[in-house]
Design a protein around this ligand. Structure first.
Ligand code: PLP
Length: 419
């Protein structure tokens, strides 16, 4: 008998399990709207032209494959912080000429791995510290904090009545959380709802977080992919930092550069110290920044030693080259534009086909790769069992997996399932 006999079957992953079920279905009209990966209008995976170019240049350079330092590729860490916080941001400038702010950036294994590093940092240095996550949120958030043994609870976010933001509930719950909690926020394009706070609402969220001495913890997996603009999508994070707040921010290049399998991202901890004596006398760098970075490295070392180099070089080379950077921005706009077009077409199809008078405008108000349909579990089962539309059971559909040509079919499926 196997020594592993006592190991029970793990439940399938609710997101990645959808793709497996899709593969097993042979129906010609089947649609996979489960996983959040960009597809072309032909519903094929897409490698950005700019990535192909960067790849070619890297090959020509013939760089070695030696280990990176634990914190990752220096050129990547620099550009990734610049992209997130903006090159004109004092946080970045002061890192070069340190004053009282500095950002500790460590390359992580994409968004997930970067979140996991921050979770471990919280577990070690904020014992009993609680993380508040939105209800609902990306399913892996709960796994990440559970595995890191960080307690979490939820703040209200989604209002089923309006298929919109429950802003009052959100604010009330953030206010009610124990002082000094970590508030996990989606920087843009909230997953799974596609519902983001307005700029005015972001200001109020920042007010409450500051009042309660909470620590904002951004997960920003869609910078540039939501609106097509890197700057617009980072506005929430930058506003908090501009107010002089310390933030944690996890970044991912899975979606905006299509580097899903390269596992490239970063964790940033913006540290402040009003105390000039907190500076290292030799190098004048903020000591809290050094200490935080040293501990992030200490967490990474026994987990995976050091991060992979290829994606880091691609990002550093694209951002570091004006022509490639421009090309990347154009391709991001193209991808975001395709998703917006599909969103409009889906809305038009739903509005013209549905005779019940239901208001479908929530579809247009949402942003990013996903649309939250408001379908309940039984209705989602109908989508899959009757219409061969594969989606997560929370009612989320990935518009990136939809083409203009399939909008009418999907609208029929949604209307049938709703009524
Ligand atoms: N955070 C959110 C909200 C996401 O939607 C995703 C991907 O779907 C991630 C983080 C992390 O993805 P990755 O680990 O591929 O960067």
């Amino acid at each position: 008998v196997s020594r592993f006999e006592g190991i029970t079957m793990a439940p399938p992953d609710p997101i990645l399990g959808v793709s497996e079920a899709f593969k097993a279905d042979n129906h010609e009209l089947k649609l996979n709207l489960g996983v959040g990966a960009y597809r072309t209008e032909e519903l094929q995976p897409y490698v950005l032209d700019v990535v192909k170019k960067a790849d070619k240049l890297l090959l020509e350079k013939g760089e070695n494959r030696e280990y990176l330092p634990i914190e990752g590729l220096a050129a990547f860490n620099k550009v990734t912080a610049d992209l997130l916080f903006g090159t004109d941001n004092p946080v970045i400038k002061q890192q070069r000429v340190p004053k009282n702010f500095a950002v500790a950036t460590v390359q992580g294994l994409s968004g997930t791995g970067s979140l996991r590093l921050a979770a471990a940092l919280i577990e070690r240095y904020f014992p009993g510290g609680e993380v508040l996550i939105s209800s609902p949120t990306w399913g892996n958030h709960k796994n990440i904090f559970n595995d890191a043994k960080v307690p979490w609870s939820e703040y209200r976010y989604y209002d089923p009545k309006t298929v919109g933001l429950d802003f009052e509930g959100m604010i009330a719950d953030i206010k009610a959380a124990p002082e000094g909690s970590f508030i996990l926020l989606h920087g843009c394009a909230h997953n799974p709802t596609g519902i983001d706070p307005t700029p005015e609402q972001w200001e109020i969220i920042a007010d409450v977080i500051r009042e309660k001495n909470h620590i904002p913890f951004f997960d920003i997996a869609y910078q540039g992919f939501a609106s097509g603009s890197l700057d617009a999508d980072a506005a929430s994070v930058r506003m908090f930092v501009a107010r002089g707040m310390e933030v944690i921010a996890a970044q991912s290049y899975s979606k905006n550069l299509g580097l899903y399998a390269e596992r490239i991202g970063a964790i940033n901890v913006v540290c402040s110290s009003p105390d000039a004596a907190a500076r290292c006398r030799l190098c004048s760098i903020l000591s809290v920044y050094f200490r935080v970075k040293s501990q992030l490295k200490r967490i990474a070392r026994p987990m995976y030693s050091n991060p992979p180099v290829h994606g880091a070089r691609i990002v550093a080379n694209i951002v570091g080259d004006a022509a490639l950077f421009k090309e990347w921005n154009a391709e991001m706009e193209m991808m975001a534009g395709r998703i917006k077009n599909v969103r409009h077409k889906l809305f038009d199809s739903l509005s013209s086909k549905d005779k019940s008078g239901k208001d479908w405008s929530f579809v247009l108000k949402q942003i990013g790769m996903f649309s939250f349909t408001g379908l309940n579990k039984a209705q989602c089962d109908n989508m899959t069992n009757k219409w061969h539309v594969y989606m997560t059971k929370d009612g989320r559909i990935s518009l990136a997996g939809l083409s203009l040509a399939k909008c009418e079919y999907l609208a029929d499926a949604i209307i049938d399932s709703y009524h």
